[in-house]
Design a protein around this ligand. Structure first.
Ligand code: HEC
Ligand code: HEC
Length: 216
C-alpha cells in the first residue's frame, strides 16, 4: 500500500513536470530572418546556403519548424543532444543570434527529394500512416502530420524530404538512447518497438514525401 502511494505521488510529480514542459513548448521564436541570413554564414558550409544540404550526413533545415530548430540548438549547447560536429558548432553561435538564424532557415523553401530511394514501400507507408497495431506503435502521422510537415506551433519537427541516412541515424539513436532529448520520451518509446527493417522502411518513405506548403 505504501509503495503504491509513493508511486502515485511520483506519478503526479512527473505529470506536473511534463505539463510544465508541454506548456513551454508553445513558445514562438521571435527572430529576424534578414539578420539571420548574415549570421547563418557559419552554418551553410554543411547545411546548404538555403538550408537544403546535399550531403546526407547534414540534416536539411529548410522549412523546419522554428521552435524545433531552436530547441535542438539549445539542447546541443546544454549537452542534452550530442554530436561530434554539431555540438561545437552550436556553442559557436551566440544565444542572442539563435532565434534569427533559426527563423532564416525555417523560412527557406525545401527542395524536392533528390532521388527516389524506393519506388514502392508499403511497409514504410503503413507504419507512417497507421502505426503497427500489434506492437502498439502509434502512427507517425499523428504527431508529424499526414504530409510530414510537423506542427508549426509545437516542437514536432517536419520530416518530409529529409535525407534517408540522417533519418535512419536519428531513429537508431533514439532507439539506443544515445539521443535522449525528446522531452516526453515520445521517440524513445516508439523506436524501442521498431526493428531495423521497419526503421529503414519508414525512413525511406518519409524521405520521399514531397513538401507541400500550406498543407499541414
Ligand atoms: C561542420 C558541419 C556543420 C556546421 C558548420 C553546422 N552544422 Fe548543424 N549539424 C551538423 C550535423 C552533422 C548535424 C547532425 C547531428 C546529429 O546527427 O545528431 C547537425 C544538426 C543540426 C541541427 C539539428 C537538425 C535536426 O533536424 O534535428 C540543427 C538545428 C543545426 N544543425 C543547426 C546548425 C546551425 C544553426 C549552424 C550554424 C551556427 C550549424 N548547424 C552548423 C553539422 C554542421
Ligand atoms: C507522440 C508524438 C510522436 C510520434 C507518434 C512520433 N514522433 Fe517522431 N518526434 C516527436 C517529437 C516530439 C520529436 C522531437 C524530439 C526532440 O525535441 O528532439 C520527434 C522527432 C523525430 C525525428 C527526429 C527529426 C530530426 O530532424 O532529427 C524523427 C526522424 C522522427 N521523430 C520520426 C518519427 C517516426 C518515423 C515516427 C513513427 C514511427 C514518429 N516519429 C512518431 C514526436 C513523435
Amino acid at each position: 500500500m505504501k509503495k503504491l502511494s509513493i508511486k502515485i505521488i511520483l506519478a503526479s510529480i512527473l505529470t506536473s513536470i511534463a505539463t510544465h514542459i508541454t506548456l513551454s513548448r508553445e513558445n514562438p521564436v521571435n527572430g529576424n530572418p534578414v539578420a539571420g541570413k548574415e549570421k547563418a554564414i557559419i552554418c551553410i558550409g554543411c547545411h546548404g546556403r538555403d538550408g537544403n544540404s546535399t550531403n546526407p550526413e547534414y540534416p536539411k533545415l529548410a522549412g523546419q519548424v522554428p521552435a524545433y530548430l531552436y530547441k535542438q540548438i539549445s539542447d546541443f549547447k546544454k549537452g542534452l543532444r550530442k554530436d561530434e560536429t554539431m555540438s561545437s558548432m552550436a556553442l559557436s553561435i551566440d544565444d542572442k543570434d539563435v532565434a534569427d538564424v533559426v527563423v532564416f532557415f525555417s523560412n527557406q523553401k525545401p527542395k524536392k527529394p533528390m532521388r527516389k530511394t524506393l519506388k514502392t514501400n508499403l511497409l514504410g507507408k503503413t507504419i507512417y500512416h497507421n502505426g503497427i497495431k500489434l506492437k502498439n506503435v502509434v502512427a507517425c502521422a499523428s504527431c508529424h502530420g499526414k504530409n510530414g510537415l510537423g506542427r508549426p506551433k509545437s516542437r514536432y519537427p517536419a520530416l518530409a524530404g529529409q535525407h534517408t541516412d540522417y533519418l535512419v541515424k536519428a531513429l537508431k539513436e533514439f532507439k539506443s538512447g544515445i539521443r535522449r532529448n525528446d522531452l516526453l520520451l515520445e521517440m524513445r518509446n516508439i523506436t524501442a518497438k521498431l526493428t531495423e527493417t521497419e526503421i529503414e522502411a519508414v525512413a525511406a518513405y518519409i524521405a520521399n514525401l514531397k513538401w507541400k506548403w500550406g498543407q499541414l
